[in-house]
Design a protein around this ligand. Structure first.
Ligand SMILES: NC(=O)c1ccc[n+]([C@@H]2O[C@H](COP(=O)([O-])OP(=O)(O)OC[C@H]3O[C@@H](n4cnc5c(N)ncnc54)[C@H](O)[C@@H]3O)[C@@H](O)[C@H]2O)c1
Length: 267
């Protein structure tokens, strides 16, 4: 029996760069495979439509929403459209996040502001506008995508990214405590190194000549640093999201699930 039959999920960042497979896209597909109907929200309309096409090809229900999660009017309109299309929302998956490199001395104010603006509003605004619908029915699940980089320094200076991802953990715990009396659960997923277009993009940006990157060799090097011996896939993140959204997690709120192959135990 599908674990999410009859549920409606709003997934932000449900597309992926360059037509690849990202965490939000895989999560939208896995939630749909478990029976949920999906509102796939992304800044990039083509990317959101592509995710919906993949869901429909498997017999699922999905429609695309184009919106910038940092703009309150666009988020409110998207939530309203989801309500008029499906009549309810049960699951909010806040997946949007951006990454910029830099340490305490070399990060620019522009990069810092962009990270705070996008990564914090990406959890705050959709949550703010979905919550009234959750409270009205006394049910709802919010899952926020943080990162193990929000727990500790991982060896590369990403101070602004790590600070915002750490704040998402705090936001999630506060949200869980505040909303528990309304029947709403909130948890965070902390991915480790996941092979997505965004991750590859950052590797390319940090390399003088991206054409010379030997991806197979790099994957082997990374895998050797991961206790479970492999780099993560977006499906690993998506499977954790399905669990947290389902009634299997009905007594779980205000916590974090690391999806990192054990890296955070060893760093
Ligand atoms: N890939 C990793 O190794 C990794 C590790 C830890 C955490 N994460 C987190 O996972 C999440 C997704 O990352 P990914 O690697 O799958 O990225 P991705 O680039 O594949 O997907 C992100 C999607 O978000 C969309 N987006 C960006 N800004 C937006 C905005 N303002 N409004 C609406 N949509 C917007 C993009 O268009 C893109 O389709 C991020 O929060 C990231 O920080 C990734």
């Amino acid at each position: 029996m599908a674990r999410l039959a009859g549920k409606i999920a709003l997934v932000t960042g449900a597309g992926s760069m360059k037509g690849g497979m990202g965490n939000g896209k895989a999560t939208a597909i896995r939630l749909a495979q478990e029976g949920a109907a999906i509102a796939a929200l992304d800044l990039d309309q083509t990317a959101a439509e592509e995710t919906c096409d993949l869901i429909r090809q498997e017999g699922g229900r999905a429609f695309a929403l184009t919106a910038d999660v940092t703009q309150e009017d666009q988020v409110k309109t998207a939530v309203d459209r989801c309500m008029s299309e499906f009549g309810q929302i049960d699951i909010l998956q806040n997946n949007v996040g951006i990454l910029k490199t830099g340490g305490a001395m070399d990060s620019t104010v522009e990069d810092w502001d962009a990270l705070v603006h996008v990564n914090m509003k990406a959890v705050f605004l959709p949550t703010k506008h979905v919550l009234p619908h959750f409270v009205e029915r006394g049910v709802g699940v919010v899952t926020n995508i943080s990162s193990i980089a929000g727990l500790r320094y991982l060896g590369t200076p990403y101070i602004g990214y790590n600070a915002t991802k750490g704040s998402i953990i705090s936001f999630t715990r506060n949200l869980a405590a505040e909303m528990a009396p309304h029947g709403v659960r909130a948890n965070a997923i902390l991915p480790g190194f996941i092979d997505t277009p965004m991750a590859r993009n950052i590797t390319e940006q940090n390399t003088d000549d991206p054409d010379t990157i030997d991806w197979d060799a790099l994957d082997k090097q990374r895998a050797a640093r991961i206790p479970l011996g492999r780099v993560g896939t977006p499906w690993d993140v998506a499977n954790a999201a399905v669990f947290l959204a389902s009634d299997d997690a009905s007594y779980i709120t205000g916590t974090e699930i690391t999806v990192d192959g054990g890296v955070s135990c060893r760093v």
